[in-house]
Design a protein around this ligand. Structure first.
Ligand SMILES: [Zn+2]
Length: 331
């Protein structure tokens, strides 16, 4: 967006600024999701801590599909969305929805400064200066964010849409988004509108299976003593490997963000099996850091690595549905 935008102008890769803590400043519950959701998700995946400051309860929305008190329903929705997005803390203010632009910019900026200070934000994430959808509250929230950032000398990322995407959304949903020209957009986060991600496991004889993941094929098998051909790891070993490699990924990103050595980073894992039901009953994951990582960085690194996506998935159990498809495989 403006000269206050973060200096990262890498257009080809999704390289976010190396912020450890991000504060998103929005006007309404749902702005964090429909607007900033993909960016917040991308930040949490890098191991950054994300907080949301929402200035109103969104009680004036006209998109009111169900009976009930809209202010409290939207507050609950914001909490649920924050949970899904991996947001660590949400601050919800009671300014009046639809009237943010009537409040003084300085007044709103004070709220932003307080939230940025308490979250120790390294940068702010806001809608672009036109408010993206043109809503006056969005414009006011961004304006307050920019003033607060100026006071705290923090960089700001402004979310916008490419013109083509804005035009498509306007056509599909009768919305009034304003986009920016491709050449004016400094950083790109690509979002897949597909609902879930598909993996496909196919039988290859004996206990062997091929797992197709976006065209990458990984095999699983069983050891000979368990009746297999030992051509590949077992599914359980792959599961532990997934955790260990996710920890490694988060640790390397942390080291890279802090300009610390990454070469020679090793993660080892051991696990125990339990019965009734058959399961993994214990996992130990050990990081062996490259030489030259200062002692005072080790706790923070461990905290980031311990909150990797796979570990989070184990500690915050996902809903798993296992069902039979209606059709039989042919052949
Ligand atoms: Zn909004």
């Amino acid at each position: 967006m403006s000269s206050e935008a973060a200096s990262n102008t890498n257009r080809s890769a999704d390289i976010l600024p190396a912020w450890m803590s991000v504060l998103a400043v929005v006007a309404h519950p749902d702005d964090e999701s429909f607007g900033l959701g993909a960016i917040l998700d991308a930040f949490t995946r890098t191991g950054a801590r994300v907080e949301v400051l929402c200035l109103t309860h969104g009680e004036a929305s006209t998109l009111h599909g169900v009976p009930g008190d809209l202010a409290s329903m939207r507050a609950a929705e914001l909490a649920a969305a924050a949970d899904a997005l991996g947001v660590s803390h949400t601050t919800l203010h009671h300014h009046s929805d639809g009237a943010l632009s009537e409040l003084s910019r300085t007044r709103l900026a004070t709220d932003v400064v307080a939230a940025a200070e308490s979250s120790r934000a390294d940068g702010l994430l806001v809608f672009d200066t036109a408010g993206v959808s043109g809503h006056a509250d969005h414009v006011a929230a961004t304006s307050a964010g920019l003033l607060a950032a100026e006071r705290l000398n923090l960089p700001v990322l402004g979310w916008t849409l490419p013109e083509t995407v804005a035009a498509q959304l306007n056509q599909e949903f009768g919305a009034s988004f304003t986009g920016h020209r491709e050449e004016d957009i400094g950083l790109r986060v690509t979002v897949d509108r597909a609902e879930g991600r598909l993996l496909r496991v196919e039988h290859r004889g004996g206990d062997r299976f091929d797992i197709d993941v976006r065209g990458h094929v990984i095999g699983v098998d069983q050891p000979v003593e368990d009746g297999g051909d030992d051509t590949a790891p077992t599914p359980t070993e792959l599961f532990i490997a997934s955790l260990a490699s996710c920890v490694a990924f988060y640790a390397r990103r942390y080291l890279a963000r802090h300009d610390l050595p990454t070469e020679g980073l090793v993660v080892e894992a051991t696990f125990d099996m339990g019965t009734r039901p058959a399961r993994v009953s214990g996992i130990d994951v050990r990081l062996i850091l490259p030489a030259g990582v200062p002692a005072e960085r080790r706790d923070a690194l461990l905290a980031v690595a311990a909150h990797c996506t796979v570990h989070n998935t184990l500690t915050t159990t996902p809903k798993v549905a296992i069902t039979l498809a209606d059709v039989a495989a042919d052949g």
